[in-house]
Each structure stands twice: as structure tokens, then as C-alpha cells.
Write a protein that binds this ligand. Structure first.
Ligand code: PEP
Ligand code: MN
Length: 348
């Protein structure tokens, strides 16, 4: 699965009708896609939504295989799904985010796959829990499933975010670092939740050197029975794939760029932590200013600051950081803090 870059899996969120499946698959074949995805059983948040066509949709996937020569894949969430997929010759299975989060179901799936050689792609769990994701892979590997891969589809987050699911790229990078040989896909559709954001995420995945993409595509997205806002038409998928800047053929260089992207992602993460820490520290400093004001105490407590600096110098040495540089940073932070407390005292 790793020969072609990127390896693209595309198709509708859900198989709805035979015509929708065939029209979408034909369009995707023309766009150069070789593996067709379609959800047959759909895990919906609320009952009463379209929960998938079920077993009657499997022969449609067989038509895609025989008429278009494409491979097909679908989501499985338990033993019965696997039995039906194997009986209908589905080429690749994937485990959805909600199922990866449930070790009982993953174990049931692993047990039913014992002795088969069908490839299985494991989506990250809904919550940002690397252990759960790895645990699912381990359960499958222990049952003898050899052809494994992962799909990064982002994580549920309570924070406001541009995307439906927060990418948390550092978790994906950690997974990639631990299992560098594992085929690694990005699902920009469930990550973004919006068709217009899909291309930028695909490019990001390419920049990180990931192996493939799983993109949702529907012949008529606005009428889709599930995930209507995030699906591209097959023609849009074609345009997107042509516009993607894939990694250079020069191996040295592509390795360099992939690694640099990953390292920069980590730097961005640290910068964010530094900013959060500065904001938190300044808030505490303001509160101290209030207390000093109501108790009529001077802002500058030089003895305390000298003690702090001594401690920081030792901590910097222990971390093999240049202590002169670290002291410069902390003195600047302290100055800003004193100014802030000054403002508090002068207020009112
Ligand atoms: C899907 O691929 O249609 C799906 C339900 O995805 P996820 O498990 O990532 O939510
Ligand atoms: Mn979907």
C-alpha cells in the first residue's frame, strides 16, 4: 500500500443508492482514485438519522470492483459486519473513531479477523488518547492481523477550532515516530467538517510526509444523507489531487522536508505553551498587585526576586541551558510583571 504517493481512498460518507455509488465511483476512477470507500453501517450520534443501507449495499461495492476494477473499503464495528464484508469480498476494512475508543468492540473485531488477511485501517479514537489508538493496533496485531494502517481524522475538542475535529498533529507525529513503517493516512474530511478546508489539510498531510489520504466524495454533496458539508464532488477530488504538491522524488530532500515539518510542528507547540504560561503568570501577577495594593505593600520585593533568580539559575544549569540567556528572559518577564502591578496600583 505504500508504493504510490499519496495513496488515495475516496468515496461517499455513506452508500445511499446503487446509482449514487456507481456515479461517484466512476467519477473518482476518472480522477485517478483506485480505492473506493463507502460507509455501509453508519455510527450516528442521534437515532433517527440515516444509519446506513446495510447489507443490501454490499453488492453495489462488488459492482464497483467488477465494472471499474477499483478496490473497495468500508467501516466495520463488530463481528457481524466483518462476516458480511468477508462474504462479499470487501478488500479493505476500517475501524471508525467511535469504535477504536471501545476496547470490547476492538477485541471482538480482532477475534473475528483471526486467520484472515484483509488489510485493516484504524482511525484514531474520538478523544486525544494515543494509548487507546495503539491499544487497538496491538489487539489486532495479537490476533495475527498483519496488514495494518492508521487514519488520523482529528480529535474532539471543547475548544473553539477552525475544524470539526482538532488535528492535534503532535499526536499523529508521535504515532508516526513510534511506528514509522505503518502506512499512515490522513482523513481531511472528518478533520475539517467542511469541504473548503479539505485541500489545505491534504497539503499539510503531504508536507508531513504521510502516506495517503481518505477523502469523502459524493456525486451530489448537498443531497448527501450524512456529512453533506464536508464532501467533495469527484471532479473536485481530481482537481485537488492535481494541485497537491507531493514530496520531491529526491529521497534525501523529501526526508528533510518531512522531518523539518514535524520538528516545526513541535516548536509551534512549545511556543504555544510558552505563551499560555506567560498569560497565566501575568494574570497571577495582577492578582498579587491587587493584594499588595489592599495591604499597602511595596511592589518591589527585591529579596524574594533574588531568591527566585538563584533558583532559576540552578534549574537552568540542571537543564544545560545557558543561564545568562535564561536570566535575561526571566528579568524581562519580571520587569513586565512589575509594570503590570504598577498599573494595578495606580488604577482607581
Ligand atoms: C466515516 O469515515 O464516515 C466516519 C464515520 O468517520 P469517523 O469514524 O472518523 O467519524
Ligand atoms: Mn462521514
Amino acid at each position: 500500500m505504500k508504493d504510490m504517493k499519496p495513496y488515495v481512498i475516496a468515496g461517499p460518507c455513506s452508500a445511499e443508492t446503487e446509482e449514487q455509488v456507481m456515479t461517484t465511483a466512476r467519477g473518482l476512477k476518472d480522477a485517478g482514485v483506485e480505492v473506493f470507500r463507502a460507509g455501509i453501517w453508519k455510527p450516528r450520534t442521534r437515532p433517527g438519522c440515516f444509519e446506513g443501507i446495510g447489507v443490501p449495499g454490499l453488492p453495489w461495492l462488488q459492482r464497483v470492483q467488477s465494472e471499474l476494477g477499483m478496490k473497495v473499503c468500508t467501516e466495520v464495528a463488530g463481528a457481524r459486519h466483518i462476516e458480511e464484508c468477508l462474504a462479499h469480498g470487501v478488500d479493505i476494512l476500517w475501524i471508525g473513531a467511535r469504535t477504536t475508543a471501545n476496547p470490547f468492540l476492538v477485541q471482538e473485531i480482532a477475534d473475528s479477523l483471526r486467520g484472515t488477511d484483509v488489510p485493516v485501517l484504524v482511525k484514531n479514537p474520538i478523544s486525544p488518547d494515543l494509548g487507546l489508538w495503539i491499544g487497538a493496533l496491538e489487539r489486532l496485531a495479537r490476533a495475527g492481523v498483519k496488514n495494518l494502517g492508521v487514519i488520523h481524522r482529528g480529535f474532539m475538542s471543547l475548544d473553539e477550532h477552525r475544524y470539526r475535529n482538532a488535528p492535534q498533529w503532535q499526536i499523529a507525529i508521535e504515532m508516526r515516530t513510534r511506528y514509522p513503517a505503518l502506512p499512515f493516512y490522513c482523513d481531511p474530511s472528518h478533520m475539517s467538517g467542511k469541504a473548503e478546508y479539505v485541500p489545505e489539510i491534504c497539503q499539510k498531510a503531504m508536507n508531513l510526509g504521510l502516506d495517503g489520504l481518505m477523502i469523502e466524495s459524493h456525486c451530489n454533496p448537498s443531497c448527501a444523507l450524512s456529512d453533506a458539508s464536508q464532501q467533495l464532488t469527484p471532479a473536485e477530488v481530481g482537481r485537488l489531487l492535481r494541485s497537491l504538491q507531493t514530496r520531491d522524488s529526491d529521497t534525501q530532500d523529501s526526508l528533510y522536508r518531512g522531518t523539518m515539518e514535524q520538528l516545526r510542528e513541535r516548536i509551534d507547540g512549545y511556543d504555544e505553551q510558552i505563551l499560555d504560561a506567560l498569560a497565566g503568570r501575568m494574570e497571577v501577577s495582577r492578582q498579587i498587585g491587587e493584594i499588595k495594593k489592599s495591604n499597602n505593600v511595596a511592589i518591589l520585593q527585591m529579596q524574594r526576586w533574588d531568591e527566585i533568580l538563584e533558583g532559576i539559575r540552578a534549574e537552568a544549569d540542571a537543564r544545560r541551558l545557558d543561564s545568562a540567556f535564561v536570566l535575561k528572559v526571566f528579568n524581562a518577564i519580571h520587569d513586565a510583571s512589575v509594570q503590570e502591578q504598577n498599573k494595578v496600583i495606580q488604577e482607581g
